[in-house]
Design a protein around this ligand. Structure first.
Ligand SMILES: Cc1cc2nc3c(=O)[nH]c(=O)nc-3n(C[C@H](O)[C@H](O)[C@H](O)COP(=O)(O)OP(=O)(O)OC[C@H]3O[C@@H](n4cnc5c(N)ncnc54)[C@H](O)[C@@H]3O)c2cc1C
Length: 127
């Protein structure tokens, strides 16, 4: 199974459905076919209250692979941006919020690093 997420600026121009698959046309001309298309558009993270906190990077709450914003501050879920192979992006779905929360919590209770790695890798693999 291949999971294709955020298309890094290559916008969707059309989605069509046939009996056997769904087809997504992109601005670049690329055509993706899929059994399932999941959309999550239009949400915006509410980080206005952090504007003067010094925690935002380019107006984004950026976390590392352990969900750290800084050494003593973690973030998880829709609000959190990550560096991925496709650039800095969020993954605004329930499973991501749960896995990142587990990772952030594990860090706070000082679980062994290999376990943290596993949880963080699962989280980033979805991205
Ligand atoms: C209509 C809709 C349908 C969706 N369907 C799906 C789906 O089918 N499958 C899926 O995987 N995901 C779905 N999602 C996405 C999913 O809901 C989110 O990814 C998930 O809820 C993110 O969890 P979260 O804890 O990061 O954020 P949230 O669930 O948004 O929780 C953040 C909480 O923080 C509170 N808050 C915000 N600012 C402050 C503040 N300054 N002080 C105190 N509290 C604050 C908010 O009130 C909210 O309660 C859907 C989202 C929407 C909007």
């Amino acid at each position: 199974m291949t999971v294709q997420t955020s298309l890094a600026g290559d916008y969707v121009t059309d989605v069509s459905d046939s009996d056997i698959s769904m087809t997504v046309a992109l601005e670049s001309g690329r055509i993706l076919t899929s059994d399932i298309v999941v959309t999550a558009t239009g949400d915006e993270p509410n980080t206005q209250w952090l504007t003067n906190s010094g925690l935002l990077t380019d107006n984004q709450l950026l976390i590392d692979e352990y969900c750290r914003v800084k050494d003593t501050i973690v973030a998880a879920g829709d609000v959190a941006f990550m560096r991925t192979s496709q650039g800095v992006q969020r993954n605004p779905i329930w499973t991501n919020a749960i896995e990142q929360a587990k990772t952030a919590a594990a860090l706070n209770i000082r679980m062994p690093i290999p376990q943290l790695h596993r949880l963080a890798r699962e989280t980033l693999a979805v991205s």
